[in-house]
Design a protein around this ligand. Structure first.
Ligand SMILES: *Cc1c(COP(=O)(O)O)cnc(C)c1O
Length: 744
């Protein structure tokens, strides 16, 4: 019996449908999700990281029976279950109409190392994973047949705890797959489906778990089986943990194991989408299978695979992490290239930037660029950076002819828009505000996919200012209450002095202009730029009439001491007498904290070193909620920022200008200066300019511009639709061409 039926059996019969919802993450982005599960037992809900399966298993039968007697709740559940059934059964989807060759049996296979679907499924680290999660959700909403392939990590990504000296201590929490919204995939005899992958001359058996993401199935591979060598069981232990060998082994499991799993499940993808180089070994395994089944040569099989494969590159630097020495390749692939009927040299050349150079590491990005029919970067500027970076692979092409285009990333509207605002948008933009609106009869002339939905977003203008402001203030108060409770918990955990613990009550003020900065603490993101000139920052933050405060969150990668030092400095400022009520750091950043932050701050701060932010998506999520972006001109913001024009307010601010990216200190100084000047001269005055009811009209006009201009462009439906039309269509003469374009 599958786990959904098992869970149903444990529930009072009026609540049975809850099991279907608990096992499909669709619930997490439907507008009526509010308190659906939490109301059953709020503390349990909190303690189980919002995992509905664990909740329903933990709650007493008495409590469930009480809920089962609440007519209002049952009515809500009924409506939601009907809604879910209709969603799952819908046949006339956008995907069906535009790409009928994609079917559940021959879908797009999307490969990625990490997936950020929901906080209860800790298989993500940051931007790449959340993007992949949003991608699957939009594919589901658009009805584009797709399966996701990834790894299921026993311990997920690292957790963060800051000690008394502000240093990040890494630790891990075990996932309990049996009590998560996951189903172990079994064969007709009830045995787990497994595939065998050779890693370092040993056979590793991998089992598969399925997570349901609306209409999309996500298959996650798991090596933690008793019949594996104890060392191999740990291969799927941690995301981005371990050494280079572990990383290579994981990439082999993901790519080669992933293709094996699809083959075993009789899924025959029409398209293979390699999302970031780390899954590129999949391409080799598809070639191997094709040679085996069609009896073709390597060259024939490679052409066949190339015709159905697409690559998205996410890094703006040549991949240090995904490139391996010839020695390592020998030890992991010595058995493999003969199966491709290749000599060692020929095999190594597939991943070499310079063919024939024995010192070239084997790069998965190079492999992916060579073996896919189309490659895309993740923003217009990143496209240019990528063409420059990879020109070396195309010696007879000028830089602008390098065949790497771009599709700018987007975030999933329904997941990232606060339900309080969803309700407002439904009232003023129409019930289907979050759906992609595109006239399918003339999609081939609609190069700009968002044209139609732009009109809908014009109606943001009609939202009453007071109502938008009122809801924004509620979201901000919620965030501040959450930040205080998290900071309090951290201080208690560190056994800080009583005065410091009590001081949490004074931390952050809902009336004060609030900035948010939350993302990975990598040095290139310059998380401490705002405190570059400490005295000036203090003057700005503690200005008596126009104060400012900031909330930080984010982890450094386990080995990244430079990133950890940035966090340590931020923690010093959290304790600085002049700043301590104005600076908060929320520990252990995750999807839940991310949601509260992009819902509730006034301004979203982004300060990467140019041009290293390939796209960045957190500012897009913030914009959906009327938060205004204050960002360096890099990544998506090069496309997103619209300066004010006659009668039209701007939709945010661009910090500094690119002067000399090779002199980092000088560039940091220029950017920090510009940031301070913007805060002093423009941002704070605008925020504190109020009418007699306390309403900041000009500020709200910018909030509306932020929503109106960004939401129709930088959402993941537009992104997936663009991939369908540019990259997934079967007849290559039909798709819209590769989009290159240049950044002025
Ligand atoms: C969106 C998101 C990110 C990525 O943010 P960037 O601005 O792209 O760095 C990282 N972590 C979480 C939890 C997110 O939700």
């Amino acid at each position: 019996m599958n786990p959904i039926s098992q869970l149903k059996k444990k529930l009072p019969s009026p609540l049975r449908r809850l099991a279907d919802l608990a096992y499909n993450y669709w619930w997490s982005w439907t507008p009526d999700r509010m308190s659906l599960f939490s109301i059953i037992e709020p503390t349990v809900w909190q303690n189980c990281y919002h995992n509905p399966v664990a909740l329903l298993e933990a709650v007493s039968y008495e409590r469930l029976s009480q809920v089962a007697e609440n007519p209002d709740y049952l009515k809500r559940l009924q409506v939601l279950a009907n809604h879910f059934d209709a969603y799952m059964r819908e046949r006339s989807t956008w995907g069906r109409r535009v790409a009928p060759h994609l079917t559940p049996e021959e879908p797009v296979a999307y490969f990625c190392m990490e997936y950020g679907i929901h906080e209860s499924l800790y298989t993500y680290c940051g931007g790449l994973g959340v993007l992949a999660g949003d991608y699957l959700k939009s594919a589901s909403d658009l009805g584009v047949p797709m399966v996701g392939v990834g790894l299921l990590y026993k311990q997920g990504y690292v957790c963060q705890r800051l000690n008394r000296s502000g240093w990040q201590e890494d630790f891990y929490r075990d996932n309990d797959f049996e009590h998560m919204p996951l189903e172990l995939v079994r064969d007709e005899y009830g045995q787990p489906v497994t595939v065998k992958v050779t890693v370092r001359q040993r056979t590793v058996r991998v089992q598969v778990w399925k997570a349901r993401i609306g209409r999309v199935d996500l298959y996650l591979l798991d090596a933690d089986r008793p019949d594996n060598d104890p060392i191999d069981r740990k291969l799927t232990g941690q995301l981005y943990g371990g050494n280079r060998e572990t990383r290579l082994a994981q990439q082999i499991l993901l790519g080669i194991g992933g293709v094996q799993v699809l083959h075993t499940l009789e899924i025959e993808p029409s398209v293979y989408h390699i999302n970031e180089g780390s899954s590129a070994f999949a391409l080799l395994e598809v070639v191997r299978l094709e040679m085996e089944y069609a009896g073709s040569t390597f060259d024939e099989a490679q052409r066949w695979v190339r015709d159905r494969s697409v690559f998205t590159t996410h890094t703006p630097v040549p991949d240090g992490n995904n490139a391996f020495s010839a020695d390592m390749m020998d030890s992991f692939f010595g058995h493999y290239w003969p199966q491709l009927e290749l000599e060692r040299e020929e095999f190594l050349n597939l991943g070499a930037r310079r063919i024939g150079d024995p010192w070239e590491p084997f790069s998965l990005s190079v492999l992916a660029l060579r073996m896919t029919r189309q490659a895309n970067a993740v923003s217009q500027r990143h496209g240019k950076v990528s063409r420059e970076m990879w020109q070396i692979l195309y010696p007879d092409k000028a830089e602008e002819e390098v065949p790497i285009g771009y599709v700018t990333n987007g975030a999933h509207l329904s997941s990232w828009t606060a339900p309080l605002l969803v309700d407002l948008y439904s009232q003023h933009l129409g019930k289907n505000w979050s759906q992609l609106h595109m006239n399918t009869t003339d999609i081939w002339t609609h190069v700009e996919l968002h044209l139609a939905s732009k009109e809908i977003w014009q109606n943001v203008n009609a939202i009453p200012e007071r109502e938008l402001w009122r809801r924004h203030c509620i979201l901000k108060e919620r965030l501040i209450a959450y930040a205080r409770s998290q900071v309090l918990a951290s201080r208690l955990e560190r056994k800080e002095a009583k005065d410091d613990i009590m001081a949490v009550e004074r931390l952050l003020d809902p009336n004060v202009l609030t900035l948010g900065f939350a993302r990975r603490f990598s040095p290139y993101k310059r998380g401490a730029l705002i405190f570059k000139d400490l005295q000036r920052a203090i003057r700005i933050f503690s200005n008596a009439r126009r104060p400012i405060q900031i909330i930080f969150a984010g982890k450094a990668r386990p080995g990244d001491d430079e990133g950890k030092r940035i966090i340590q400095r931020l923690m010093e400022w959290c304790r600085h007498p002049a700043l301590r009520d104005r600076v908060a750091f929320i520990e252990d950043y995750d999807l839940f904290t991310a949601k509260l932050m992009v819902h509730g701050v006034d301004v979203w701060l982004n300060t990467p070193r140019r041009p290293t932010e390939a796209c960045g998506t957190s500012g897009q999520k913030a914009a959906f909620n009327g938060v205004i972006n204050l960002s360096i001109g890099d990544g998506w913001w090069c496309e997103g920022h619209q300066p004010g024009r006659a009668g039209q307010p701007s939709n945010g601010w661009t910090i500094g200008e690119e002067v000399d990216t090779s002199d980092q200190e000088h560039q940091d100084q220029i950017d920090a200066d510009s940031l301070y000047t913007l805060l002093e001269r423009e941002i704070a005055p605008l925020f504190y300019e109020r009418d007699r009811h306390g309403i900041p009209h000009k500020w709200i006009a910018m909030m509306k511009a932020s929503i109106r201009t960004n939401a129709p462009n930088f959402n993941s439906d537009r992104m997936v639709a663009e991939y369908v039309m540019r990259a997934y269509l079967d007849d290559l003469s039909r798709p819209l061409p590769l989009k290159a374009g240049h950044v002025a």
